[in-house]
Design a protein around this ligand. Structure first.
Ligand SMILES: [Fe+2]
Ligand SMILES: [Fe+2]
Length: 232
């Protein structure tokens, strides 16, 4: 089974979100006790700040994490990796914070230059998280970079294809598109669960099923009731 990250050392398993033993920096001691509260605060702060600039709404990032975690369970990820994924996925669009003013919040479809600018949120997000040591933040950097890559190679920023895209990016790609379809946006109304599901599974002219990992689409089909039940 493909894993999200290299296996965590035993000592880190009690708290998969903290600095891994052996990776302490000068002045930052190995942590005998869990510091998850501090990580929770960091996550809340980052998500809150990102949500202020992102018209996708304050609850979208966390729902994407919850949905990706359900899909992750269905493809066989162990519980500790699903916890990492749920947190990390909430930061998928953190790079939008670093976009120039005026790129976000348009009612109309972006022009070529606007689209090019918007696509940079993947690279910007990865650079914001590039120096993180905590496993969940490192995973968040991978997700920020790869959640718009597509299985068929038509995505960005690198045009990766198939399993060259990290599993976390492939899981979040499905969760992100599903939640975006279910949400109101300045330029469109929300769709109900069944319609969103069918647009992903059958395509709708803009979305093509070929852009997603078929194994994850099968997981979406099998777990659609659980995903529909994620609170909105
Ligand atoms: Fe994004
Ligand atoms: Fe998103």
């Amino acid at each position: 089974m493909e894993r999200l990250t290299s296996p965590l050392p035993d000592q880190a398993k009690a708290c998969a979100f903290c600095v891994e033993p052996g990776q302490e920096q000068a002045g930052i001691a190995a942590r005998p006790a869990c510091v998850c509260d501090a990580h929770d605060e960091a996550l809340e702060g980052l998500v809150a700040r990102a949500s202020q600039v992102d018209p996708e709404g304050p609850d979208h990032p966390k729902r994407v994490g919850q949905i990706a975690s359900i899909l992750g369970e269905e493809v066989g990820l162990p519980a500790e990796e699903r916890d990492l994924l749920a947190r990390a996925a909430a930061l998928h669009d953190i790079g939008k914070m670093a976009l120039p003013e005026g790129v976000l919040g348009h009612r109309d479809v972006l022009d070529e230059e606007g689209r090019r600018q918007m696509e940079r949120h993947t690279l910007l997000g990865a650079s914001i998280l590039a120096h993180a040591k905590a496993p969940w933040m490192r995973l968040a950097g991978i997700i920020a970079l790869t959640h718009h890559e597509r299985w068929d190679g038509s995505g960005y920023p690198a045009g990766l294809r198939g399993e060259d895209i990290p599993l976390a990016g492939r899981l979040v790609a499905v969760a992100d598109v599903y939640d975006a379809l279910r949400s109101d946006r300045p330029y469109k109304d929300a769709q109900d669960h069944e319609e969103a599901l069918q647009r992903i599974l059958q395509g709708d002219g803009r979305i093509a099923p070929s852009q997603f990992d078929p194994v994850i689409l099968a997981a979406l089909r099998r777990r659609d009731a659980d995903i529909a039940a994620v609170p909105r």
